[in-house]
Design a protein around this ligand. Sequence first.
Ligand SMILES: *[C@@H]1O[C@H](CO)[C@@H](O)[C@H](O)[C@H]1NC(C)=O
Ligand SMILES: *[C@@H]1O[C@H](CO)[C@@H](O)[C@H](O)[C@H]1NC(C)=O
Length: 227
Amino acid sequence: AATIAIASSTSTTAAVPLTPSPPSPHIRMRAARFRSYDDYLRHQLNKTLDPRLRRVWATRDWRRKVDAFARAFSSLQRQGLLRNASRALCVGARLGQEVAALRQVGVADAVGIDLAPAPPLVVRGDFHAQPFDDATFDFEFSNVFDHALYPDRFAAEIERTLRPGGVAVLHVAVHRRGDKYSANDLLDVQGLVGLFRRCDVVRVSKVDAFGLDTEVILRKKRSAAHP
Ligand SMILES: *[C@@H]1O[C@H](CO)[C@@H](O)[C@H](O)[C@H]1NC(C)=O
Ligand SMILES: *[C@@H]1O[C@H](CO)[C@@H](O)[C@H](O)[C@H]1NC(C)=O
């Protein structure tokens, strides 16, 4: 079982102090559709809590997605980017298919966060303010960048909770419209990479991952000073 210490209360997702990300020519924000941060959270939760979708994610989707994630994670293991002993976090994991996949390939200490918890794989947490101490994880995975209302916070929180030398793997759609729950459109991969100032790029490659087309692998600099 996961033994990750949750730094602060996980009982609330509201009251996250946020300032809007500086404008980027590479990221088109869709913030205009949200009246407030609470409105944004409600909108995201509306999809995450949709009983029909949750049923599909837990049944028809489950095995197919876990197996696909497991293949991707096995490949990262072979490349030395993920180890069985890694402490791993999946950011925006919904029901936790990617967490199940990590555990399946031998990464026992894996957990996910999402606005709504899905025990035992996913605990409650807002990716704009992760409920973990600095330098907690060796590995983080996410495929929900398009849901970030504040892309720089999304990136800064991953960098904060990664250990120096830790690896982040992001699956994103570049220059493709997301769904109606997307908060941003990534027009150029530089828009994402440029947000990770405390990381080096290991690799950017094309993938075919549930509608997402680009895999970005980053490694937190060993000398990364905390801001
Ligand atoms: C999501 O929104 C729809 C329509 O606005 C509403 O009928 C539904 O109850 C909402 N679902 C949740 C889980 O909030
Ligand atoms: C990692 O765990 C998997 C699944 O338990 C196992 O098959 C594999 O041999 C382990 N890898 C290493 C390097 O120990």
